[in-house]
Unconditional design. Structure first.
Length: 419
């Protein structure tokens, strides 16, 4: 297993290396990996089994987030934009993490999401109508990304229509930065682009804070800019930017990844696809199985605050610990027949939204988006025929299809309504 290179991004561009992760679960469920181009002894523990991942996630005091949620460490640079990243919600620990999370949770709770369902379905219809009119499309840019970008950045956060392409670009770029190792052939170009983009994103966040403070609108950024602390004081610009960074970078990627991989997976499992199209009541369980099957976020990293023994393996204070969600979601100790894609799966405690204190804040919204889009897809009996090769992201962090040229076809067998 020592010849497995977690930093070989070309390997991940062929798909998540599930065979390698399965061997780790069997032979080395907690394994040590060196980091290329780092000082001797620098590395991380890869945690492959579901129960061990959950044990790490449930103990944020022992396995903290502030050092970084990815393998590269946060860099302490005296610039407010870097502070925005360092103090992003996913990088915070108790008590600050819990306090800030509680402030924004109502905006992503059941009541708020219920109020959005009409507009979310409207966006799903608009996106599919447009795609079908074009006929020959890139399924990623025309459906999988376009839909959540419009919903989350536009309808939820309140970005102007003309800013949506920039928002999507920022999200894509900084997720690439999270994954790319020093020495990779794309490292220099990506880092240069991210430096330019970071300044633009920071200035956009500051302008959003100031404009929403002066003139609130009906969007989440306005709520955040005018929210109050327990002592009655208004939220600071710094705390607002911490939220803004986390929402802007993590706003749509999980949903976009699951939409694209969901289409591809259904096409690769025609019996499952036809069962879904014949019985729309399976959509909810099908969405959960799509999330498990092609886990959109491959891992999150924590750092040990003290010595700890995890499933018999001694972990030392200061060492990186990587929770490999993609591996945990194929763990046979938890999932029956984990290597089978089953839209009828009932017991499905997947880790695709994380686990514990950092469970994804937008999980409810993502599930509604996915359910509504696939309801409309099923209603149209929509299928696709590939017209060119599919391309995947070169990333060990985000599992995502980035290009999928197809021709859309509708069987027009039935007409259904979910309104």
């Amino acid at each position: 297993m020592q010849n497995f290179n977690f930093f070989d991004l070309d390997q991940f561009a062929q798909g998540t290396p599930h065979e390698a992760f399965a061997r780790f679960r069997r032979e080395q469920p907690i394994s040590w990996h060196s980091i290329p181009h780092a000082p001797a002894g620098e590395g991380f523990w890869l945690v492959a089994r579901h129960k061990d991942i959950c044990e790490v996630a449930r103990q944020p005091k022992i396995f903290f987030s502030h050092g970084s949620s990815v393998l590269s460490d946060s860099v302490d640079i005296p610039h407010p934009a870097w502070k925005m990243i360092r103090d992003g919600l996913c990088h915070l620990d108790a008590p600050q993490h819990g306090e800030l999370r509680r402030m924004v949770m109502p905006q992503f709770g059941a009541e708020a999401m219920s109020a959005l369902q009409t507009v979310i379905r409207k966006r799903a219809v608009e996106v599919l109508d447009r795609a079908q009119e074009k006929g020959e499309i890139d399924l990623v840019s025309d459906i999988a990304a376009r839909f959540p970008v419009r919903v989350v950045y536009g309808d939820v956060l309140g970005f102007a229509d003309e800013d949506l392409p920039s928002a999507a670009f920022w999200g894509d770029l900084f997720n690439r930065v999270h994954a790319i190792p020093t020495g990779d052939r794309e490292f220099a170009d990506v880092m240069h682009a991210s430096g330019v983009a970071l300044d633009k994103l920071y200035r956009y966040g500051v302008a959003a804070y100031q404009s929403r403070r002066a003139s609130p609108r009906n969007d989440v950024l306005s709520v955040l800019a005018n929210i109050g602390y327990d002592d009655g004081s208004a939220i600071s610009q710094e705390d607002f930017l911490s939220y803004f960074w986390s929402l802007a970078i993590g706003a749509y990627d999980t949903t976009a990844s699951t939409i694209a991989s969901g289409f591809a997976t259904l096409a690769a499992h025609p019996k499952q696809q036809e069962a879904l199209y014949a019985d729309p009541s399976l959509i909810e369980s099908a969405v959960e199985e799509m999330l498990r099957w092609e886990t959109p976020v491959i891992y999150f990293r924590r750092t040990a605050s003290e010595d700890y023994v995890l499933n018999g393996q001694a972990i030392r204070k200061g060492q990186r610990v990587v929770m490999c969600f993609s591996s945990g979601n194929r763990d046979g100790d938890v999932f029956e027949s984990p290597e089978v894609f089953d839209i009828r799966r009932r017991h499905n405690p997947h880790l695709s939204f994380g686990h514990g204190a950092h469970f994804c804040l937008g999980a409810r919204l993502a599930r509604i988006e996915l359910r509504m889009l696939f309801e409309e897809v099923v209603a149209r009996q929509l299928r696709f025929r590939p017209t060119g090769p599919t391309a995947r992201a070169r990333s060990n962090f985000i599992n995502r299809i980035v290009r999928m040229p197809v021709v859309l076809e509708s069987a027009d067998l039935v007409t259904m309504s979910f309104n």
